[in-house]
Design a protein around this ligand. Structure first.
Ligand code: IMP
Ligand code: MG
Length: 188
């Protein structure tokens, strides 16, 4: 099949144009809120946040630096976050006295973000805010205050635009819903 992802795609939830328009809106809010801020550091959570970050920063006019952190949750199965979170790659720089804007792909149960926040808060940044492309409010198990949210979405497993389907299809320019109970086989 020339486009193997189509086997798994139930529907396109957010098309490319809608994503790009919303990214521009989010960047405008960030530019306004951080207009007088020095030492702004965008912390991208790998790997899911990378597409969003790359598009977002192209519209951010406030001087800022970027850094990356890789986090994974492990345990109960691939489509559920277990609450057990592990840091795979830490930031390269000291964040003390910096204004931190975390850039994440999706907040589901909230466990991952709660972990990231509690970790970064110990390092005495000047402030921490969260910018997430997607949020599934109905799935939340721990409360997390979100400062910038691209889209609130229903309780469906989505992929594309940075989000993976068993590590594949992060490159798709849209956010699609995965057909229920589909497993990505070795054939693609
Ligand atoms: P949380 O800890 O339950 O909030 O899970 C957050 C992480 O789970 C995200 O950073 C994603 O890596 C992953 N995740 C949650 N929902 C989805 C989804 O619908 N598609 C792809 N990844 C997801
Ligand atoms: Mg993630």
């Amino acid at each position: 099949m020339s486009q193997p992802y189509k086997r798994y795609l139930q529907e396109i939830l957010i098309d490319s144009e809608t994503l790009q328009n919303r990214v521009v809106e989010l960047a405008a809010s960030i530019n306004e809120d951080y207009a007088d801020t020095r030492k702004l550091l965008l912390v991208c959570i790998l790997k899911g946040g990378v597409m969003f970050l790359a598009d977002l920063v192209r519209h951010i006019t406030v001087p800022h630096s970027i850094d990356f952190m890789a986090i994974s949750s492990y345990g109960d199965g691939v489509r559920e976050s277990s609450g057990r979170v592990r840091i795979d790659m830490d930031l390269r720089q000291d964040i003390a006295d910096k204004h931190i804007l975390i850039v994440e792909d999706i907040i589901d149960s909230g466990h991952t973000m709660q972990y990231i926040l509690s970790l970064l808060e110990t390092r005495q940044p000047a402030s921490i805010r969260i910018c997430t492309l997607l949020s599934k409010p109905s799935r939340r198990l721990v409360p997390v205050h979100l400062d910038y949210v691209g889209f609130e979405i229903p309780d469906k497993f989505v992929f594309g635009y940075g989000l993976d389907l068993d590590e594949l299809y992060r490159n798709l320019p849209f956010v699609g819903v995965c057909k229920p109970d589909m497993q990505v086989g070795d054939d693609c």
